[in-house]
Design a binder for this molecule. Sequence first.
Ligand SMILES: CC(C)(COP(=O)(O)OP(=O)(O)OC[C@H]1O[C@@H](n2cnc3c(N)ncnc32)[C@H](O)[C@@H]1OP(=O)(O)O)[C@@H](O)C(=O)NCCC(=O)NCCS
Length: 110
Amino acid sequence: SHEQMKIALEHSFLVVTLWCIKDNNKQLIGFIRAVSDHVYNATLWDVVIHPDFQSQGLGKALIQYTLQKLRQRNIENITLFAGSKAVNFYHHLGFITDPNGIKGMFWVSP
Ligand SMILES: CC(C)(COP(=O)(O)OP(=O)(O)OC[C@H]1O[C@@H](n2cnc3c(N)ncnc32)[C@H](O)[C@@H]1OP(=O)(O)O)[C@@H](O)C(=O)NCCC(=O)NCCS
């Protein structure tokens, strides 16, 4: 629900939005958020660029800006869950799959 999303955003460590400003109009065109323990780890969620604005380098810029902000806070372990179509996008930005054989695992509620 809307209320649940509000709580999730309020408890995120970092939220970055990207806007297109044109002729007094402001349009939200990009979004990313990170949750974090504030010391060691951060995980990126909800990475999205508006379809009309994709493939122009904005997704790359959004991730790079976010990585810079997290590293300024000395957070070294930055993880994410990539949809199968986004895996190569993240590889391109330096993310690696299964470092040292470590697998991401999920508890799927019964
Ligand atoms: C995935 C997404 C965030 C990428 O943003 P974008 O602004 O379109 O990507 P960019 O233009 O910044 O691309 C950066 C680089 O990655 C490459 N790239 C982009 N999408 C790619 C993909 N799906 N697979 C492989 N490479 C990709 C681009 O060619 C570009 O390469 P370059 O730096 O050599 O020019 C965006 O397409 C999106 O919002 N998709 C729908 C939602 C989604 O899948 N989110 C991720 C959920 S895990």
